[in-house]
Design a protein around this ligand. Structure first.
Ligand code: PMP
Length: 425
């Protein structure tokens, strides 16, 4: 049952006010708020269990290790990975992508090789590939987008050459909300014998993920965008790939045997988890995933898509307001888009819970600042996607992004505030 009143009670922060007004939190694509069950589980672990994992014979260490490894199982089930060895805890999407770039770069990339990315990538799926260029001459080939903010699926096949070694692509754009046809993209890349890394940072909170069904080679997401804590994220990798790649960081726990002459490495996934992991955050992430799973993606999507289309429709009332991406045409909301099940994610499937817009010549920062004074939290700027801003010919946008706890009443409050702010100009 999707009971919004009960759900909102699970998120104590939603009850606070800012500047004497009730908070309307529409910055969920940046980070989501945390339900009480996540906060309580982490507090309880610090109060009653805390001990370093994997190293101790004592009771608490074994208890903490059990909780940590159970969290890994919860993640495995959430993304339907084959085994726990394929689930690596990282600090987040950024670290996950950097891990793949560094290790794949070391093991598999040579001068003249190419990596395909897209014009709508977050900086965290652009810069790690560029960092490789100081050591190896790797070329980025960029899949363009169409004017309505979708990947140009006609251009994509032409980017593959005999030197293409990897395709790295976001599942959902953090700026445009575009839901990319990643199953089709993965199949296309595999037909060229090219492995695929999926940035699922914006997908994980809104779409069920099934890595086996997708057949992606790597997939990254962040805990904090899916109602979990900060400082924890996931890298999924097919075991055959993770086995081939060298370790990312060296230190405790990732080793087999160490001597000054020669060091051997631990088995998966520990080979990629050097040092003390944030085991409490891993527990928090597992509780967050349990929370989302208990509500269920069909309910979450039905609610969020109704909310997003309501907001997009109401925003069309404002003259001079331009929505960027597929939502610029309100008919293109994606209905029940499973990223994983082979259905749905096609060229026509389009928008997730993000609306990026500008109004006339008003600067996005001014709009955002004044909305904030009226209690509305939105994000302004380039959203860590400067190449996309260049493509759209703008410096930035205002971005409203929704989560499962947002309401129609909040959209109405946002619209009143927006109209008031626009009048000021
Ligand atoms: N990719 C996308 C599409 C994102 O939206 C974000 C966060 N804005 C990231 C990557 C980076 O995530 P994090 O900062 O949690 O590592």
């Amino acid at each position: 049952m999707f009971d919004l009143k009960t759900i909102r009670k699970d998120f104590p922060i939603l009850e606070r006010s800012v500047y004497g007004r009730p908070l309307v939190y529409f910055d969920n694509a940046a980070t989501t708020q945390k339900p009480r069950c996540v906060i309580d589980a982490m507090t309880d672990e610090y109060l009653n269990v805390n001990a370093n994992v994997h190293r101790g014979v004592h009771f608490l260490s074994q208890e903490a290790t059990r909780i940590y490894e159970e969290a890994r199982t919860t993640v495995r089930e959430f993304i339907h990975a084959r085994s726990n060895a394929e689930v690596i805890f990282t600090r987040g999407t950024t670290e996950s992508i950097n891990l793949v770039a560094a290790t794949f770069g070391q093991a598999c990339l040579h001068d003249g090789d190419e990596v395909i990315v897209t014009e709508m990538e977050h900086h965290s799926n652009i810069v790690p590939w560029q960092l490789l260029q100081s050591r190896v001459d790797v070329k980025l080939r960029v899949c363009p987008i169409t004017d309505d903010g979708r990947l140009d699926m006609e251009a994509l096949p032409r980017l593959f050459t005999s030197r293409t070694r990897l395709l790295a692509c976001t599942a959902v754009s953090n700026v445009l909300g575009t839901v990319n046809p990643i199953k089709e993209i993965i199949a296309l890349a595999h037909a060229h014998h090219v492995p695929v890394l999926i940035d699922a940072a914006q997908a994980a909170p809104h779409h069920p993920i099934d890595v086996q069904e997708l057949d992606c080679d790597f997939l990254a997401f962040s805990g904090h965008k899916v109602y979990g804590p900060t400082g924890i994220g996931v890298l999924y990798g097919k075991e055959e790939w993770l086995d081939r790649l060298p370790p990312y960081m060296g230190g405790g726990e990732m080793i087999g045997k160490v001597s000054f002459e020669r060091t051997t490495f631990n088995e998966l996934p520990y080979k990629f988890e050097a040092g003390t992991p944030d085991y409490v955050a891993a527990n928090g992430l597992a509780r967050a995933l349990d929370y989302v799973s208990a509500i269920g993606f069909p309910e979450i999507q039905a609610h969020e898509q109704a909310l997003t289309s309501y907001a997009a429709e109401r925003m069309q009332e404002i003259a001079d307001l331009r929505i960027f991406g597929p939502l610029g045409k309100p008919s293109s909301l994606a209905h029940q888009v499973p990223l994983a099940h082979g259905r749905g994610v096609r060229g026509e499937a389009s928008a997730s819970s993000v609306i990026s817009f500008n109004v006339g010549s008003i600067h996005h920062l001014d709009l955002g600042t004044l909305l904030d004074r009226l209690g509305i939290a939105v994000r302004t700027g380039h959203h860590c996607a400067e190449p996309l801003m260049h493509r759209l010919g703008i410096e930035g946008t205002v971005r409203a992004s929704f989560a499962l706890y947002n309401t129609r009443e909040e959209v109405d409050t946002f619209m009143e505030a927006l109209q008031r702010v626009i009048k000021m100009f």
